[in-house]
Design a protein around this ligand. Structure first.
Ligand code: 5GP
Length: 345
């Protein structure tokens, strides 16, 4: 039996050490990044925060709101082709750089993806998403999509280790999505015992990806703006958010009223709720690996966006990073036993 003994860290295990800085205000910090993608050869500029491709988060309404801030939305895969056409009927060229088309890896997913991309040739990002990115079938699927769409930016995931990041990048992905089990409505770690603390996964996978000229997305596990800053500090090129963006007007999910209080339903994409909705129930061979929760209704996404971007900018000023790009090299993590003072929470 082999046990790896070096400690793996989650966001809750560290804080970022402050450093001398010449920046006067957080307004001086630029959160835009420019990336050059290794296979498609294309360039992208924007604020690298992405709404997750969950049907409660990656909605068209979310995309319209986040695009105003230069952010991205991975549109969930359950919209019909007619809905896509209607939504994109008056889209600007820039808007195509703010959305991703999501796909699973079945034959029908591939056919639907092809039809959407053919109907809307300006679409720029493809997000190929499976819970377990370690299968040969997945790697072969990524290669097939790359062959069909050489000039699209392809994102593939999820994995948590450097060697698999390399395999996916070499197999045709431009960007690899990292995270197994950290999600707010994910139960994979409980149901299977499999997972990897997210910050260590990010640090190790970023190193592997950057060595080849690729990028990574830290997907899942951010509970507050500070976690987003830690993910970027650890080397993530992009950060994907589910729960932090749920519960708003722009989010999907039913609005429920109970005893005068309003809630929105939020659920994992492999929860029984999602499977009932999209695949006619939980298939017999698999357990559901997602929760369904009710979260307090939070109104418009605008305030939450401000909170996330403001927090990230502020983190940059604490370490003297004038641009988000500099945050990683200016970050020193300290291991801690405590985060915030919880006496009044
Ligand atoms: P959050 O930001 O809410 O912590 O994490 C969002 C991420 O959780 C998503 O982008 C996706 O990778 C993951 N996720 C979403 N639904 C499920 C699910 O049902 N099961 C699992 N294991 N992960 C999920």
């Amino acid at each position: 039996m082999r046990v790896e003994n070096d400690i793996k860290l989650g966001f809750k295990d560290v804080l970022i050490r402050p450093k001398r800085s010449t920046l006067k205000s957080r307004s001086q910090v630029d959160l835009n990044r420019t990336f050059h993608f290794m296979h498609s050869g294309r360039e992208w500029r924007g604020v690298p925060v992405i709404a997750a491709n969950m049907d409660t988060v990656g909605t068209f309404e979310m995309a319209s709101a986040l695009a105003q801030h230069g952010m991205l939305t991975a549109i969930h895969k359950h919209y019909t082709e007619e809905q896509w056409s209607e939504y994109l009927s008056d889209a600007t060229d820039d808007f195509y750089h703010r959305i991703m088309v999501s796909s699973g890896t079945s034959d029908s997913d591939f056919e639907k993806l092809n039809r959407i991309l053919t109907a809307h040739p300006k679409l720029y990002f493809i997000c190929i998403d499976v819970a377990n990115g370690y299968s040969e079938h997945f790697v072969a699927f990524v290669a097939k999509v790359r062959k069909a769409w050489p000039d699209k930016v392809i994102i593939a995931g999820n994995v948590v280790t450097g060697e698999m990041v390399e395999e996916l990048l070499l197999g045709g992905a431009d960007v690899v999505k990292v995270g197994i089990g950290p999600g707010s409505v994910c139960t994979t770690r409980v149901k299977t015992g499999v997972g990897y603390p997210q910050l260590s996964a990010v640090i190790e996978c970023a190193d592997a990806a950057h060595g080849l000229g690729g990028q990574i997305i830290s997907d899942g596990g951010c509970t507050c703006a500070g976690d987003v800053a830690k993910a970027f500090g650890g080397g993530a090129d992009f950060v994907m958010l589910g729960g932090m963006l749920a519960g708003h007007d722009e989010s999907g999910g039913e609005l429920i009223e109970e005893d005068g209080e309003q809630f929105k339903l939020f659920y994992g994409m492999s929860s029984a709720t999602a499977m009932d909705k999209h695949s006619g129930g939980v298939a017999e061979y698999r357990a559901s690996e997602g929760k369904t929760v009710k979260i307090p209704y939070r109104g418009s996404i605008a305030i939450t966006i401000q909170d996330i971007l403001g927090g990230t900018r502020s983190a940059c000023t604490y370490v003297g990073a004038a641009q988000l790009k500099e945050l990683t090299k200016r970050t020193t993590f300290i291991r801690v036993q405590e985060q915030e003072n919880r006496i009044y929470t």
